[in-house]
Ligand binder design. Structure first.
Ligand code: ADP
Ligand code: MG
Length: 264
């Protein structure tokens, strides 16, 4: 069994603190949902976990099975077993899905030659159109197709922990069911641990959470069982002292290149 442990995590952009002390522990096979209004810091949490450049970590720790990840470049975090399905997956002209997955396999000591068959199998399993497999990564994909593509990569790579940043956004009802069923299956088939960030409880009908957390203004203000998601659907976030989403502060530009190595 593996453990993803986040403790006392404080992080922000420039002077602005966005995450104000996050504690979360996810075990293999568990699904934790993180719900919260716009601007509460959900994507910041996802980015900081995976090591996106541009964020400043002020305190805390993120580890997988005791290995500290903060300070490691993104690819090392991936090797440690962490996977991020991005809210807005990046288009990568000139690089095929196949090539990206083969590199990833090679980097983790697995056989490149297994990728083709795994991709075919996963595409069939979730109902991802085969024609899309030959396009450059995400280029000209619809929002929903990008989320399918993230799910397919998750299925092929078999990480230990997946952080899903609004994997449900952009998916129609059938696609949402296919994606959430596939991820739910991974929690039992390969003991995947999931941190599912979402606004809506709908995805949690198939991807059944063990624990639901409410994130508000950079803090986890409530945690409970699946019934908490149902309750939020009824009451909104107001019961947790959340006003209407705060206006965006002046934007600090993040680095253009999401693959830049901040630790180089
Ligand atoms: P969520 O994903 O929960 O909607 P985010 O993590 O994207 O929220 O944003 C959390 C807060 O940080 C928001 O107030 C947002 O305006 C702010 N923020 C996010 N990115 C930037 C940035 N590049 N510059 C300044 N503020 C930012
Ligand atoms: Mg977000």
């Amino acid at each position: 069994m593996s453990l993803l442990e986040i403790s006392g995590l404080r992080a922000g952009i420039g002077e602005r603190e966005i995450l104000k002390g996050i504690d979360l522990t996810v075990s293999s096979g568990e699904v934790h949902a993180v719900m919260g209004p716009n601007g509460s810091g959900k994507s910041t949490l996802a980015h900081v976990l995976m090591g996106r450049p541009g964020y400043e970590v002020k305190a805390g720790s993120v580890s997988v099975d005791g290995q500290e990840l903060l300070g490691l470049p993104t690819w090392r975090r991936a090797q440690a077993g962490l996977f991020l399905a991005m809210q807005y997956p990046v288009e990568v002209p000139g690089v095929s899905l196949q090539a990206a997955l083969e590199e990833s396999f090679a980097a983790s000591g697995r056989q490149r030659s297994q990728v083709t068959e795994l991709v075919r199998h996963e595409a069939e399993r979730i109902g991802f159109r085969q024609q899309l497999l030959t396009r450059p990564l995400n280029v000209e994909f619809s929002g929903g197709e990008k989320k399918f593509n993230e799910t397919l990569q998750l299925g092929v790579l078999r990480p230990r922990f997946a952080v899903l940043d609004e994997i449900d956004s952009g998916l129609d009802i059938d696609a949402l069911r296919a994606v959430s069923r596939r991820i739910e299956a991974a929690t039992s088939e390969s003991d995947l641990g999931v941190l599912a960030i979402t606004h809506y409880s709908r995805i949690l009908h198939e991807l059944r959470p063990d624990v639901v957390h409410v994130l508000s203004e950079g803090r986890i203000v409530a945690s409970g069982g699946p019934e908490l998601a149902q309750q939020l659907e009824q009451t909104g976030y107001a019961a947790y002292g959340v006003e209407q989403p705060a206006g965006r502060a002046e934007a600090q530009p993040l680095p253009e290149n999401p693959f830049a190595d901040p630790f180089a």
